[in-house]
Design a protein around this ligand. Structure first.
Ligand SMILES: [Zn+2]
Length: 226
C-alpha cells in the first residue's frame, strides 16, 4: 500500500528539519522578545519610520492577532504586525517589523521574485488543496494519468516555496541595513540577525519538505508504472 511504501523514508529528514525549524523560530523569538532594545522604538515605530522615509507614507501599519502572524499584504498595501511586535520594543519585535517593511520596499521597487511570488500565490493555494485529491483518486481508481497530473500540480507548490526563499532572505537583508545603528546598537543587530535567520530556516525547511514530497510522488508513479 502506498501509505507504507519505503519512499516515506524520504520525508523523514525533511520533517525533522521542519520540526527543528519551528522549535528554533519560536524559541529564538521568545528569547529576544524578552530583551528590550536600548533605543526603545516599538515595532510600529520602526515600521512607520522606515516606510515614511522611503516614500511609503500611504502604506498602513496595523496590529493583527495571533503569534508570528506578521506579514505584508501587497494587495491592500498594509504591514500587519502581531500584537507582541506592534507594541513592543524588544529586539525580536523590531527585527520582525523591519523584515515585513522589507517586503513593502520590495513591492515598491518591483523586486522580481516578489512579483512572481504574488502572481503564483493563488495558483499555488489551489494546487496544494487539489493535489492530494488527484493523487488519491488516481490510486483508488488506478488511473496513472491522474497521478501524473497531480505531480505537475504539486510542482507549482514546490516552485512557490522555492521562489519564497529569495523573497524572504532579501527582506531580511533589507531589514538589517535599516536596523543597523539607526534603531539597534551594533551588538543588538547581531541578535536581530539570529532572529531573522531562525525565521528564514522555517522557509528552507518548508521547501525541503515540499521537494521530498515531490520526489516521493515521482517515485510512487514510477513504481506503479512498472
Ligand atoms: Zn517575510
Amino acid at each position: 500500500m502506498f501509505y507504507y511504501d519505503s519512499s516515506f523514508l524520504l520525508l523523514i529528514p525533511a520533517l525533522i528539519i521542519a520540526a527543528y525549524a519551528q522549535f528554533k523560530v519560536k524559541s529564538t523569538f521568545h528569547k529576544y522578545n524578552k530583551v528590550s532594545s536600548q533605543k526603545g522604538y516599538t515595532g510600529r515605530d520602526v515600521a512607520r519610520s522606515i516606510l515614511d522615509r522611503s516614500g511609503l507614507s500611504d502604506v498602513q501599519v496595523m496590529a493583527v492577532s495571533g503569534e508570528l502572524s506578521d506579514h505584508y499584504d501587497p494587495m491592500q498595501r498594509v504591514v500587519r504586525l502581531s500584537e507582541s511586535v506592534y507594541n513592543k520594543s524588544s529586539i525580536a519585535a523590531v527585527s520582525v517589523a523591519a523584515h515585513e517593511v522589507g517586503h513593502a520596499l520590495q513591492h515598491q521597487e518591483g523586486y522580481a521574485p516578489l512579483t512572481f511570488r504574488t502572481f503564483l500565490a493563488p495558483v499555488a493555494g489551489i494546487a496544494s488543496q487539489s493535489v492530494w485529491v488527484l493523487i488519491l483518486l488516481g490510486i483508488i481508481f488506478s488511473i496513472p494519468s491522474l497521478i501524473n497530473i497531480g505531480i505537475v500540480v504539486f510542482s507549482v507548490t514546490v516552485l512557490f516555496q522555492i521562489v519564497t526563499l529569495p523573497v524572504e532572505f532579501n527582506a531580511s537583508s533589507r531589514a538589517i541595513v535599516q536596523l543597523e545603528n539607526e534603531f539597534l546598537t551594533q551588538e543588538e543587530t547581531g541578535s536581530a540577525k539570529k532572529v531573522l535567520r531562525a525565521a528564514a530556516l522555517t522557509y528552507v525547511a518548508a521547501t525541503l519538505v515540499a521537494i521530498a514530497q515531490l520526489l516521493r510522488l515521482i517515485l510512487l508513479s514510477g513504481n506503479r508504472r512498472d
